[in-house]
Design a protein around this ligand. Structure first.
Ligand code: ADP
Length: 803
């Protein structure tokens, strides 16, 4: 532009001058030709230099034409009117040509300017399309569109979520200190941007003075006067914020400039809207990803301490500059489990600081407060006042937190089953955006999931622990019943199920008194008072099936309930009883033959009586048989003692069972009571037996004696011998009193005797069958009974054959 103006002026001055020099030629051009050449010079000057250059060229050319070529030459006075009119016409035509070209140039200039503007706007639009942050939006307008806006600096302010304040989200070109304190300001404030947004209308101030007239509070005498344009950013008729342009100098805002700024503001508003949507979408995606990652992490392990530490790390830096997890200890104290920051040195520093300032559970804000009240604390803007309050007068702490530049904080409780397990804290410093309600929602959701993961882990550990305990309890022989404070059964181990004849499924969750037969008895005798131990006491328990069982019970109160330990002592009690019964029976058994022997001896010793030989023999026989009986009883008692002590030697030899059976029968026949028939039925060729023949003889004698003893009405006693596989089988069958079915097992127990009513008072010690069973088993044989009361019994002894 500038070079073409210079050319224009050169043409305006030089072209007419050059044509004028043609006057010096011998063959001088005619005035018409010279006029034509001057017209070309004017056209050239107007074309190159515009109207003024054209005008200058016209004046020079008119003068040149009049002076050099119009007669009288070298004189400005026209010779006649025609020539004067010709020069005047030339002047007019030259002027018209100059004007014509000037108009064309103007149109061209306007077209060029319009296209340049359009290009700039297009460039702005293109960059806006790529912008994904408010700063990029502003940069697109202020830097790319700097020529379009002609501004030196710019800023974008957006209404905060609550619509109460304006936050400067981007700025370019301002000196840092000018904006200090203006990061956020109330919508109600007396500032151009606030007003532009409130009234939804632009402000164009040509100079500082113009602005100061409206906003005297903003007067800054130290800054040179300059223009300022502030426009609302409008979306769907509503102002969402404002954009400010500061110009280097004063500017006259003509309609075109205003229109351009308005267009820029509109584009900026749309771009901001898109950016917001984009940001919202990105933030949402980020949150969802974070939540998904966090959930996966939380579900990955039951080691919740490690998981929560990893979770804190996961939150940094996207969700928080600092993330910490505090847990409530068993004693109610608050312990820091994890703290995370991008910089490990800062983590170490924070850990030291945490140790120096342990949380006070009574603290009115922060983690202790969140845990105590089980409510989240959300501080979108950590103001200095809040920091001062949090420091509670500790200057050093205040200085530290101030230096950290903390901006925004969320602390959420970790709640499970109605109690706070701890708290999760997210803090952002000035490098990150402030937390919003959405972040609070996210943190709450995260806390919910973390709490349930922690709770699961705790429950699992507890269950494991209990599992270990109950596994141990499952294997102990003592019954263990656990009741809660209300007497409701919490657990019953298998031994207790056996002892109490209950199924744990039926009683757990029910009151013990209501669900376990005989429990009232236990409660009455063994229930300890609080914190005490009681027992053991031995009680008879009548169970639901009517059976009686003796149980030794002790109870321990552990505060939340009572544990009862039960031991089934029925067998011991029975043994005890049978033992005392035995003492009675044995003394009776011993006394009877003893007194018979004594009586007989005393009688024989009488000198005043002369005995007949038969009488003497009878008394002597009596002494003999009673002494025999006595020795039998003593023998049984001694044998039992030897068996119990394991001191009875066992011979191993081969002998003929048939022979042995015969000899037993023969010796029994020697004192067979009347009415008893003794018979033997032996299979021939039963192979020899391996064992102790004397002991087997003792067994068979016992069985035969019993068969005779318990057949008071007389009858047949039969011995049957045959081979049963690898065993010699000897049966001793009688037709006597018989044995009730449910007693048949027990008659082989030590000291066990049937009710005297059933045995019609037949004497005995209850040791014979015990000894028999022991001896047979020592020979690797077996003994059993089959009997029907009133019809007789068959005892079967089987001993291994030698083959
Ligand atoms: P006892 O010295 O009392 O006979 P045992 O051990 O030999 O002791 O027998 C135990 C109990 O078994 C006896 O008291 C009796 O009640 C019962 N018994 C044993 N043999 C017979 C039988 N053949 N018939 C009926 N009852 C029997």
């Amino acid at each position: 532009m500038r070079s073409s103006t210079a050319l224009g002026w050169a043409a305006a001055l030089l072209a007419p001058a050059a044509i004028s020099t043609l006057d010096a030629l011998p063959n001088r051009p005619s005035p018409q030709l010279a006029g034509f050449l001057y017209l070309l010079a004017v056209s050239l000057a107007a074309y190159l230099g515009g109207f003024t250059a054209g005008l200058v060229a016209t004046v020079l050319s008119t003068l040149g034409l009049a002076f050099f070529f119009t007669p009288p030459r070298h004189d400005f006075i026209p010779a006649n009117g025609d020539q004067g009119a010709g020069v005047a016409l030339f002047f007019v035509v030259a002027i018209l040509i100059a004007q014509l070209f000037e108009r064309r140039r103007q149109v061209q200039r306007q077209a060029e300017a319009a296209s340049a503007r359009a290009n700039r706007l297009q460039a702005v639009t293109a960059r806006l399309a790529e912008a994904v942050t408010p700063q990029q939006v502003l940069d697109a307008i202020v830097t790319e569109g700097v020529e379009a806006a002609e501004a030196r600096a710019g800023a974008i302010g957006l209404l905060t979520l609550d619509g109460e304040a304006i936050e400067i989200v981007a700025q370019r070109g301002y000196e840092r200190n000018i904006l200090v304190g203006w990061e956020t300001f109330p919508l109600a404030s007396d500032t151009p941007m606030a007003q532009a947004i409130r009234e939804n209308k632009p402000f164009f101030f040509r100079s500082s003075a113009e602005r100061d007239a409206v906003f005297p509070n903003l007067t800054r005498p130290d800054v040179p006067s300059h223009a300022l344009a502030i426009l609302p950013l409008v979306l769907e008729g509503r102002a969402i914020g404002g954009i400010a342009f500061t110009f280097p100098t004063e500017v006259e805002f003509d309609a075109e400039r205003r229109a351009l700024k308005t267009t820029l503001a509109q584009q900026a508003a749309q771009a901001i809207d898109r950016v917001r949507l984009y940001e919202a979408e990105r933030a949402l995606r980020q949150r969802m990803t974070f939540l998904a990652d966090a959930s996966e992490l939380l579900g990955s392990s039951l080691d919740y301490e490690a998981t929560l530490t990893q979770l804190a790390r996961l939150a940094v830096p996207e969700m928080a500059t600092w993330c910490s997890v505090d847990m409530v200890g068993p004693d109610g104290s608050i312990q820091r489990l994890a703290v995370a920051h991008e910089d490990p040195e800062r983590v170490a520093w924070a850990e030291r600081l945490g140790a120096e300032y342990p949380p006070d559970p009574a603290q009115p804000m922060g983690v202790p407060n969140v845990i105590r009240t089980m409510t989240a604390e959300f501080v979108p803007e950590l103001t200095d006042d809040l920091l001062v309050e949090a420091a509670q007068g500790d200057e050093r702490l205040l200085e530290i937190v101030r230096e950290l530049g903390l901006r925004s904080a969320i602390t959420v409780p970790l709640i499970a089953r109605g109690r706070a397990l701890g708290a999760l804290s997210l803090i952002r410093d000035e490098t990150a955006p402030r937390y919003t309600e959405l972040d609070l929602d996210l943190a709450s959701e995260l806390a919910r999931r973390a709490a349930s993961a922690v709770d699961n882990a705790i429950l699992y550990r507890e269950a494991e622990r209990r599992g270990d305990a109950s596994r141990a309890l499952a294997h102990v022989d003592d019954g263990v019943v656990l009741l809660d404070e209300d007497g409701v059964v919490v657990s019953v181990n298998p031994a207790a199920e056996r002892i109490l004849s209950v199924d744990s499924e039926d009683v757990v969750g029910e009151t013990a008194v209501g669900s376990i037969g005989g429990w009232t008895e236990i409660e009455d005798n063994a229930r300890p008072s609080e914190g005490e131990t009681r027992g053991p006491v031995t009680l008879p328990l009548v169970q639901s099936d009517g059976a009686e069982r003796w149980v030794s019970v002790s109870g321990v109160d552990f505060g939340d309930g009572v544990v009862y330990a039960l031991r089934d002592v029925t067998a011991e009690r029975l043994l005890e009883r049978t033992r005392s019964d035995f003492v009675a029976t044995a003394s009776h058994e011993l006394r009877t033959p003893l007194s018979a022997v004594l009586g007989a001896v005393k009688t024989l010793q009488r000198e005043d009586v002369a005995f007949e030989p038969e009488q003497r023999e009878m008394l002597m026989n009596m002494i003999d048989s009673e002494a025999e009986r006595l020795s039998g009883i003593v023998g049984q008692i001694l044998l039992t003692g030897q068996l119990d002590a394991g001191r009875l030697p066992l011979e191993h030899e081969l002998f003929d069972p048939v022979e042995l059976t015969q000899s037993v029968v023969e010796s029994a026949e020697l004192h067979l009571p009347s009415g008893i028939e003794l018979r033997v039925q032996a299979e021939q060729n039963v192979p020899p037996v391996s064992g102790d023949p004397n002991q087997l003889r003792q067994v068979l004698s016992n069985l035969v004696d019993n068969a005779i003893k318990y057949s008071p009405q007389g009858g047949d006693v039969e011995l049957r011998l045959n081979r049963n596989g690898q065993f010699a089988r000897i049966e001793v069958a009688d037709c006597g009193l018989g044995i009730p079915r449910d007693e048949q097992e027990r008659i082989f127990e030590k000291f066990y005797r049937l009710d005297p009513a059933l045995t019609r008072g037949v004497n005995g010690t209850g040791l014979g069958l015990y000894i028999s069973k022991e001896l047979v088993e020592r020979m690797n044989g077996r003994i059993s009974v089959d009997s029907e009361p009133g019809r007789g019994s068959t005892f079967v002894v089987e001993v291994p054959l030698a083959v």
